[in-house]
Write a protein that binds this ligand. Sequence first.
Ligand code: GLC
Length: 538
Amino acid sequence: MPHNPTAWWRNAAIYQVYPRSFADGDGDGTGDLAGVRARLPYLAGLGVEALWFTPWYVSPLVDGGYDVADYRAIDPAFGTLAEAEKLIAEARQLGLRTIVDVVPNHISDEHPWFKAALAAPPGSPERELFHFRPGRGPGGEEPPNNWRGEFGGVPWTRTTNADGTPGDWYLHLFTPGQPDVNWAHPRVRQEHEDILRFWFDRGAAGVRIDSAALLAKDPDLPDFEVGKDPHPFVDRDELHDIYRSWRAIADEYDGVLIGELWLPDAERFARYLRNDELHTAFNFSLMSCPWDPALLRESIDTTLASHADVGAPATWVLCNHDITRTVTRYGRAGDTGFSFAGKRFGTPSDIALGTRRARAAALLTLALPGAVYLYQGEERGLPEADVPRDRITDPMHERSGGVDPGRDGCRVPLPWEGTEPPYGFGGADTWLPQPADWAPYTVEQQDADPASMLNLYRTALRLRRELLDAGPTGLTWLEAPAGVLAFTRSDGLVCAVNLAAEPVPLPAHTAVLLSSAPVESADEGGLLPPDTAVWLRN
Ligand code: GLC
């Protein structure tokens, strides 16, 4: 089925729920599905169209649930399958569609397939579902190739044979607890097609595809060589065939496929969004950009042009469960764009400045044509938390040799009400500690403040929806002073963002709809202050 020009997902605002940290229904300090169900009215009231749940499946949680031991069951810490079905149905009644997260590149080492492979001898059919290889060097002591893992380090682990002697190695692009499966094997394809059907049958409206550019490997697993094309495990042509078969299944259900694709080349990225492949994919380019008008504009233009070529809508992302929180990033001196390699402990940030910019960035992204993804806590302006070293759970930290703080700082349990931890989250013993100064980020406090981040998001999402009903398309840049991004859409919305150091005149308008900070009215001269965005009617 070709891309449907009016489908809901083309312009949707989609809210990412990290179930472990959203709300805790049973008081054990870990978020769960009961907690989400109790807070569904909050999500519906926010004004988003869909919820994306990061993995909720049975998992040893070596990588926050991206190590799945059973794709068809909910982790008991989160609830039951029956409860997930209820949640999907209740959300739908409130107008919220559900997107589940499927992890096809790897499974947990606790998954029955991998346990069987380890128990079976080298060369056995059980091991063909993975990438087992003898080591190199005398006695096979060296890993089979020179690849580097996605979290750093060697992505190979050596096994031990039944007789106790050192055995073959297995490939894991992430942690040793996440063995990569062999996508050249028909059983792997069949299994994932069944998993898609399983969740579509339970009412999922879409599937987020984890690490979508990594599944296919060069069958020879050759050494990586800089500049050699194709890459042995990133963005290989075989992937397109896999996603065409997924698309045929999704179309049976009118479901949507959303790829997590970290690819620097916009044209290569767009190839996955052709008519018979994925519907959409996360565009990480904007979030990787510093708070710089020329770079942001270039990112927006490149994104829109490459998507237009294949008739797919763009998507916009400021943060997610892997990314330093927006207000913290934008409050830093120097490069405010996100990069995995650049994360360090104790990087100073001016949170007031970062918050001001994050408010402006919210209005910018919510005005751009396409779909937008929000990450839980973003709508309250949560900063990155400093998680004490001895409480860090993210494997990125350990695999970086302790240099990278990892991603726990953006995964801390949400505050809801009250003035001290656990701020109404649930149990007091939260799985990651909450900062002592998070009371301003509770719904209780932000509800009461018309100028809060939460109320900014609510108003922006409501206006966005009303304006979307008028059917906007495209974007036209307006002439603007240096340092200012200003554009208009076909529905008459004008969005202007001032990234310069001085106030600038507002673009021509008949009404101010919303601004991220107070703007002077036309009578007073009509000025847009620095680090402020405004929505105007022309
Ligand atoms: C994706 C997820 C990330 C996870 C990785 C491995 O990038 O977003 O959280 O660690 O895949 O599954």
